[in-house]
Design a protein around this ligand. Structure first.
Ligand code: G3I
Length: 387
């Protein structure tokens, strides 16, 4: 298994000696690669033009309980890679209700502003996440004693305020996140406060309000467990057609892609993307990661890493094959900030880089697949290694 950090690679190219991985990677300021070359060794550089390759920007959520400072503002090496490796950014938690609207009359825009400004400085697009969801809503909302009219007004005001603030600066919004029951038998009516209290029609209203606030943004349904053709994705396929027939501004359907090597790769991903594309929708992969079972203190096996690389590649291949699937986002790119070990004991290693930012086979496989799709050739200086 080859594990090179970009910094180490540069050092070995200059000295002709392959250094052992350092315990702590050097900060970007020490990057000794020839100027201009580093950016040609990234996912972003190899991606076809107009194909957005994205990452979630770590912050909020599970990070708040971890023994490290807020990643995006504080981890400079991480921040550097967010800027160089990717062309699309998604706030992992920073635009969710509990974070951006912590009290009824208080908005906390700072962290999301920072992401949007960073994206603009780095020529990146942004996916907004999310406006109508059952999870990560603030207590004031979930436990508040509001009438249906008041709740409806709260949602309208929130959507128009948040979407309006970033109007013209967000490429895609996950308007409705995870609104379908896992078995596809219908919408979440018990745990989703909006649908429970206002009925299913509130989904169409959310799309209409978002569209009014930013007519340029592409508005998406986003969910997990919909990668294959099956009851859950079928339910969306019906719902979306009904909404489109009613003239509701739905523009896209996206697969999150939280996969695991302990399960088979979902069947028919390309066909499934294609049928939504055939409805006239854009499609996207929005939260890809591939976790694996690794007992605490142990490392993944070569076989697990190879299977993980295969899953990442197959998901990318499926997206590349479908016209209108132009956005492919990883739910984080470095293991140390992944949500997976916090949720799944004895599982992890779900992203494409180890804790020290060295690249896994999955990273290399993605880079290679993007290079094949774009026809870009690897710079000779990087031909010394797999990726
Ligand atoms: O709200 C509780 C709080 O009451 C409690 O005191 C605290 C103690 O640990 O936990 C809080 O919940 C945390 C939650 O974020 C809200 O801040 C969870 O522990 C924490 O694990 C959770 O993490 C986020 C998760 O969404 C919440 O669903 C992750 O950072 C974030 O990566 C993850 O992202 C989601 C996407 O938005 C949607 N699709 C699935 C994806 C992975 O779950």
């Amino acid at each position: 298994m080859k594990r090179f950090s970009t910094t180490l690679l540069a050092a070995s190219l200059l000295t002709g000696v392959l250094a052992a991985p350092a315990a702590v990677a050097a900060p970007p300021a020490d990057d000794t690669r020839p100027p201009g070359l580093a950016k040609k060794d990234t996912l972003r550089w190899f991606a076809p033009e107009d194909f957005a390759i994205g990452t979630a920007v770590a912050g909020g959520g599970h990070h708040l309980d971890q023994p490290y400072p807020d990643p995006f503002p504080n981890d400079l090496e991480y921040r550097e890679l967010v800027g160089t490796e990717f062309s699309s950014l998604s706030p992992e938690n920073q635009a969710k209700w509990e974070f951006i609207h912590p009290q009824e009359d208080v908005y906390n825009f700072g962290p999301m502003d920072e992401i949007v400004e960073f994206a603009e400085e780095h020529g990146q697009v942004v996916r907004g996440h999310t406006l109508l969801w059952h999870s990560q809503n603030p207590a004031w909302l979930e436990e508040g004693d509001y009438t249906a009219d008041e709740l409806r007004e709260i949602l309208r005001e929130h959507i128009q305020t948040v979407v309006g603030r970033y109007a013209g600066r967000i490429q895609q919004w996950d308007v409705a996140n995870e609104v379908m029951l896992d078995n596809g038998s219908g919408l979440r009516t018990t745990d989703n406060i909006w649908i429970r209290k206002l009925g299913p029609g509130i989904i169409a209203d959310a799309f209409r309000w978002a569209h009014e606030a930013d007519p340029e943004a592409l508005l998406f349904f986003n969910d997990y467990g919909v990668e294959s053709i099956g009851p859950k994705s079928n339910a969306y396929y019906e719902l979306v057609q009904d909404l489109l027939a009613d003239g509701v501004p739905v523009h896209g359907f996206s697969f999150q892609g939280h996969l695991s090597t302990q399960y088979g790769f979902p069947g028919g991903v390309e066909e499934n993307l294609q049928r939504f594309a055939d409805l006239g929708l854009d499609t996207a992969i929005t939260e890809l990661d591939v976790r694996m079972v690794v007992p605490q203190g142990q490392q993944p096996t070569e076989a697990q890493l190879a299977q993980q690389a295969d899953y990442y590649t197959r998901m990318l291949d499926a997206c590349l094959a479908v016209e209108g699937c132009d956005s492919f986002t990883l739910w984080g790119f470095v293991d140390k900030y992944s949500w997976v070990p916090v949720f799944f004991p004895n599982q992890g290693f779900a992203t494409v880089m180890y804790d020290d930012f060295t690249r896994k086979p999955a990273y290399c496989a993605l880079q290679e697949t993007l290079a094949e799709a774009s026809g870009k050739i690897k710079h000779p200086a990087f031909a010394l290694r797999d990726c």
